[in-house]
Write a new protein. Structure first.
Length: 328
């Protein structure tokens, strides 16, 4: 008898086909998230769940699966939606999909940098509205990217991929995180490790690529934005609550920084008041890893994690810092 696996939201067909070869699939293809009651019900029926970041997998859901639910495989690199401690207590694995989306997310980071600096979204809207009547010397003047200073907060796989791209733009690269990179990696990336305040003061572009933890929650707020150059741009494609969105809106209104581009939000999917009124702010709907190839690869990895758990093996991408797991 095949095990039952819940897939909580839309999922690539290539991964569904693979999953259905070895499991009965309870698939929510409605386009809407499952309610808390529905998540509890599905956990009660399933040996595995493939979840979205938008699914709140809390104690009640995990309790409903206790004794038979072997894994919650998150379809994404993040896992802040899951009560990891409770899952461990209930002997339920938690996995994510790291290592496959960093290049695609770095591409988007660069798209955001170029778009906000060169006012691409404003210019597109202006042209679509029929306001373009010919070239003007002072029309949509923006900032250069080449030769500027890029500050990377969080130089893991995504941050390093962003830094590699900066080499082609002849940029000076600063980075900040808890642990310094080996000297060989710094040399390869032409990147210099600096304190956070130094990075904020000296950078023309600040990009965020850190997980949401107790230490990083609201890492960028009013005080940090005040340190940045008035000509600087903030690019955020990490986790929403790393930035105080209200403080950012105020900084943009008062032109304390030149602009910002966001792919994630403090209270996602809700936007903070005033955001949509700002021309110096680009708003994207959490599409950091949204290429067909990358999303397929992520989905297939989530399925492999499910198969690992079903076969009595440790999931190949068990989340970092899982109790008893040695992280390399």
């Amino acid at each position: 008898m095949k095990p039952t696996v819940t897939v909580t939201h839309n999922f690539p067909e290539v991964a569904l086909e693979k999953l259905r070869s070895r499991a009965e699939v309870l698939y929510n293809d409605s386009g809407n998230s499952l309610s808390a009651v529905d998540l509890i019900d599905r956990a009660g029926q399933s040996q595995a769940m493939i979840s979205y970041l938008t699914d709140k997998i809390d104690g009640a859901v995990l309790d409903a699966g206790a004794g038979h639910l072997k894994i919650v495989a998150n379809y994404g690199a993040g896992f802040n939606n899951i009560d990891v401690a409770h899952a461990h207590k209930k002997n339920i694995w938690v996995s994510n999909t790291p290592g496959v989306l960093h290049e695609t997310t770095a591409d988007l980071t660069w798209a955001m940098m170029l778009a906000i600096a060169r006012r691409i979204v404003e210019s597109d809207r202006f042209t679509r509205d029929g306001k373009f009547h010919g070239w003007q010397a002072d029309m949509f003047l923006g900032g250069d990217v080449h030769g500027k200073t890029l500050g990377i907060i969080g130089c893991g796989e995504i941050g390093k991929a962003v830094a590699r791209r900066a080499l082609g733009f002849n940029m000076r690269v600063l980075y900040h995180q808890r642990k310094r990179l080996p000297g060989t990696e710094e040399k390869k990336l032409n990147a210099r490790f600096v304190p956070l305040d130094t990075l904020l003061k000296e950078s023309d572009f600040v990009t965020l690529h850190i997980p949401l933890t107790y230490e990083t929650k609201y890492l960028i707020g009013e005080d940090q934005l005040a340190i940045m150059k008035p000509t600087a741009y903030l690019i955020h494609a990490a986790r929403g609550k790393v930035v105080d969105d209200r403080a950012l809106v105020e900084a943009l209104k008062k032109k304390k920084i030149a602009g910002a581009a966001l792919d994630v939000y403090e209270n996602e999917p809700d936007l903070t008041g005033g955001m949509t009124d700002l021309d110096n702010l680009i708003l994207l709907p959490h599409i950091g890893s949204a290429s067909v190839a990358t999303r397929d690869t992520m989905a297939l990895l989530a399925v492999d994690n499910v198969f690992d758990a079903m076969g009595g093996k440790t999931p190949r991408t068990l989340i970092p810092n899982w109790p008893g797991k040695r992280n390399t």
